[in-house]
Design a protein around this ligand. Sequence first.
Ligand SMILES: *Cc1c(COP(=O)(O)O)cnc(C)c1O
Length: 380
Amino acid sequence: MTKNDSGLKSKIWLSAPHMSGHEQDFINLAFSTNWIAPLGPNVDGFESDLELYLGNESHVAVLSSGTAAIHVALKLLNITQGDEVLCQTKTFVASVNPVIYAGATPIFVDSESETWNMCPVMLEKAILDRIEKGKKPKAIIAINLYGMPYKVTEIHAIAKKHQIAVIEDSAEALGSKYHSQPCGTFGDFSILSFNGNKIITTSGGGALVSRNIKNKKRTVFLATQAKDPGIEYSHSEIGYNYRMSNILAGIGRGQMQVLDNRISARRANFDYYKKALHYISEIEFLTEPDNYYSNRWLTAILFVNKEIRDGILNTLISENIEARPSWKPMHQQPIYKNYPNYLNGIADNLFDRGLCLPSGSNLSNMELDRVIQVIKNYFG
Ligand SMILES: *Cc1c(COP(=O)(O)O)cnc(C)c1O
């Protein structure tokens, strides 16, 4: 086992960046043509790479982050002060913060246990209750958590029935599929993230996927300060500085060349963990239902109870291995606990028992074995 100077075992990260080696070529291209700013060929190239990858008439605008993409999606749906937006409670906080930026009110909806994503039964219950209380929600933010697609057919049927737009948060799910169709193509708007620990990264960045060119153009307009046509710098509405730079888009182009390898590597991590640990009856793996294909961004497992989860989490940390509890639900967050919610106990239970294991596409089998050994030792 390798040790560093301080005598600690070498760090195993949860999900470290993994460059392809081609990123530098695209960055050099930006330098050699002086396309450092404002925009330029890497932005166009990265967008068309993503559009080709997603297919299904996707129109992609690359932005500074996935969070910014959700904010712009809310703007494009004209969500404003006093509006209500339904959001899966089990997620990372970035899914919902933009609802507050827009001045709207988040309403939290619990998960089902098959995919850990938004429960259709609770969603419908929430919609009917909000309508009865006097206000129909304006949008649904559904998440493909850890790369597992949500119940697309069921959620979209409910959205359609009540005429509510869906924002698909696919920040963790580039490369995942539902009935062979890529995640990132299901929402009225879908968002992607290229943050440092996502399946591919531009060091920081995101994208808003629209279903038509008009919305893409409007996204770019809002993301570049909403300047009216003409040379006067005239502004008739509030915009943002949310566009991705041409340098970072160059990193994205290099990463797109290896996206499929990254997905295979993450899925192989999951299989490796499962093969080594499946015999331990206290551990449960999140399996893919029929017609679901997860990029396995993170391998998330469940223990029979919180005591065992905490015991293993603490041991992993003491062994210099980065692991995390499964996402803390929004309705338990100090900033969000007073907003309306529709709960069935599943998100709370997943939070208590869930653990995310190191899942980077650049982990060696020796590193995975170190993680596995800690867990095996715990059970004796
Ligand atoms: C990472 C993430 C985001 C935000 O993406 P950024 O690019 O970091 O702003 C949104 N939702 C989920 C579920 C995420 O995991």
